[in-house]
Design a protein. Structure first.
Length: 315
């Protein structure tokens, strides 16, 4: 269960290991092989010591577990993934290398199999599962990413069973943790409505059309303010078009030539493009977005709060 682009495994019974060259699977990918340097980066943030035990959430192809075993030794590494095929395949690859960590089929959003000095997640979560805090030893360190954002969080366990830390300046994005073989349905129908229909509210936007998901800090800040928005972006020689949709029925479409002010159509209970413009206005007014570098406070139940200066947010 990784992000990035290679060795993608698609939703359903078809895995890349078993696919033929003429297979054309549909749906969302549910795992992929992460950029190796990003895996290394996640473990660097864990500050591993020779004596530490590691719980790695998101086995994927097993590459990260091979690194962890070389660093700590087999007996100190436990790897977990919700996909039984990935678990079996990774275990076999590691066995071929003479490495034998515990590689387990586990829904890691529930109880974890043991306690650990370090927990590193190469899947994204929101909120941080309370079970991870329970499985972290006193003074232990957690490294994870927040679903829907590129926010990389490090936190150390506190005496009350919670954790405190920070949003690191590094950026990282991983696939969302899931509970079964597939993700919930997405908002394709509502995005199609946004593409084709006039909105209840038609206006001229303040700022040019932007590809939100490619603007990592902007996207992360928006998802903290208004989580769960899905995006599409199209561009050709004549026009840029950005679509937004949310499960509450809200949608927006902004179209413009190049960097001109866009025509904006919005409908539903919220004005999604207005929320985006509010974030952009904050950025221009203050010179940066507060979410990167924010302090992180996690309660024992997983409730997570961010703070930087006067800015506050709850995940």
């Amino acid at each position: 269960m990784y992000s990035d682009t290679s060795l993608i495994t698609s939703v359903g019974p078809l895995h890349a290991d078993c696919a033929s060259s003429d297979d054309r699977p549909a749906g969302l990918p549910t795992s992929s092989s992460t950029l190796p340097s990003l895996v290394v980066q996640m473990f660097q943030h864990a500050r591993l010591d020779d004596s530490h035990t590691l719980g790695h959430v998101g086995t994927g192809p097993g590459y990260g577990d091979a690194l962890a075993c070389r660093r700590l030794g087999d007996q100190q590494v436990t790897s977990m993934d919700v996909d039984p095929y990935l678990v079996d395949a990774a275990r076999a690859r590691l066995d071929d290398m003479g490495l034998h960590p515990a590689v387990l089929h586990v829904d890691a959003t529930g109880d974890l199999p043991g306690t650990f000095d370090r927990i590193v997640a190469t899947v994204s979560v929101r909120p941080i599962p309370a079970s991870w805090l329970a499985a972290l030893k006193p003074g232990g360190r957690l490294v994870t990413t927040i679903a829907g954002t590129s926010l990389l969080v490090t936190a150390e366990k506190t005496e009350d069973g919670g954790a405190t830390g920070r949003v690191e300046w590094d950026r990282a994005g991983f696939m969302h943790a899931r509970h079964g073989a597939d993700y919930p349905p997405r908002l394709a129908a509502l995005l199609a409505t946004a593409r084709e229909h006039d909105g209840d509210d038609i206006s001229t936007g303040r700022y040019p059309v932007v590809h939100v998901t490619e603007a990592w800090d902007l996207s992360s800040m928006l998802d903290i303010v208004a989580p769960g928005i899905e995006h599409q972006f199209d561009e050709d020689d004549k026009q840029r078009m950005a679509l937004m949709a949310h499960a509450d029925g809200s949608w927006a479409r902004a179209t413009a030539h190049a960097d001109e002010a866009p025509q904006v159509h919005q409908s539903g209970p919220r004005r999604l493009w207005d929320l985006l413009d509010e974030v952009r206005a904050y950025w221009l007014t203050n010179g940066e977005l507060p979410v990167r570098g924010a302090k992180v406070f996690v309660k024992p139940d997983g409730s997570t709060y961010l703070a930087r200066g006067k800015w506050r947010a709850k995940l």
